[in-house]
Design a protein around this ligand. Structure first.
Ligand code: SF4
Ligand code: SF4
Length: 222
């Protein structure tokens, strides 16, 4: 069995509900698989016993993620956002917005993780992160230290999940990783690595062929 082809199939963009957009090469929700993915999404919520929540005063994802259909880049407010009130085009919002719910809105996290109060939100929107047993977390650069402090207190009891990939800017290098398996100081539960440190750590014992394959997969899915 070729493990890399298997991984590529599992994280096939189309199956995951995405396609490449014309805006800066970002991924966007694929209209062809939108309805089917919505059903799978709802089934997962039911199966997990989560209770969906209203976003209320929170609009954090309307600032932090890109919305290709609106040519809106990441880390800038959407022009349709009435900050702390809601979306001004709610009924006609793009598919990306309709398809997305963070961990708080899905009911996956506790009430104490309301994104506009803690300054970050947790998502399951990156195939690479799921593969490494990490949830994706979005925060703003100025809130990064606080986000790391807060997440260090979280413990999982959730499948193979072992940590967080914290994204604090538009480039993938603007990332910190908290993981149970990384080297840690005394009395610490998670080790913390920057993007560069993670790359060095993960690749030091890997054969070059494996590194190249992973880079190839990374381009498609991160
Ligand atoms: S970050 Fe979560 S709670 Fe806040 S607006 Fe987005 S989906 Fe809603
Ligand atoms: S269109 Fe509405 S839901 Fe989508 S990013 Fe803009 S304000 Fe948020």
């Amino acid at each position: 069995m070729d493990i890399f082809n298997t991984m590529k199939n599992i994280y096939d963009l189309k199956k995951a509900g995405y396609r490449k957009s014309n805006f800066k090469g970002y991924f966007e929700t694929d209209p062809e698989t939108f309805e089917e993915n919505k059903k799978n999404h709802d089934a997962l919520i039911k199966q997990m016993g989560w209770k969906k929540r209203e976003c209320g005063s929170c609009n954090l994802c309307c600032k932090l993620v890109p919305v290709p259909a609106l040519k809106k880049d990441s880390n800038q407010w959407c022009s349709h956002c009435d900050i702390e009130v809601g979306c001004k085009i709610y009924k006609d919002r793009p598919l990306d917005c309709q398809a997305f719910s963070c961990g708080y809105a899905l009911g996956m996290t506790s009430e104490s993780f309301k994104p506009d109060e803690v300054g970050f939100y947790i998502a399951m929107d990156s195939a690479n992160d799921m593969m490494l047993g990490m949830f994706k977390v979005y925060t703003e650069k100025y809130r990064l230290a606080n986000t790391i402090r807060r997440l260090k207190k979280v413990r999982f009891g959730f499948g193979n999940m072992k940590g967080f990939h914290i994204s604090y800017g538009p480039s993938k290098e603007e990332s910190y990783f908290l993981h149970e398996d990384y080297e840690k100081g005394s009395n610490e539960y998670y080790g913390v690595k920057s993007f560069e440190e993670l790359k060095e750590w993960a690749m030091k014992d890997m054969p070059p062929q494996l590194i190249e394959k992973l880079k190839e997969i990374g381009k498609e899915t991160w």
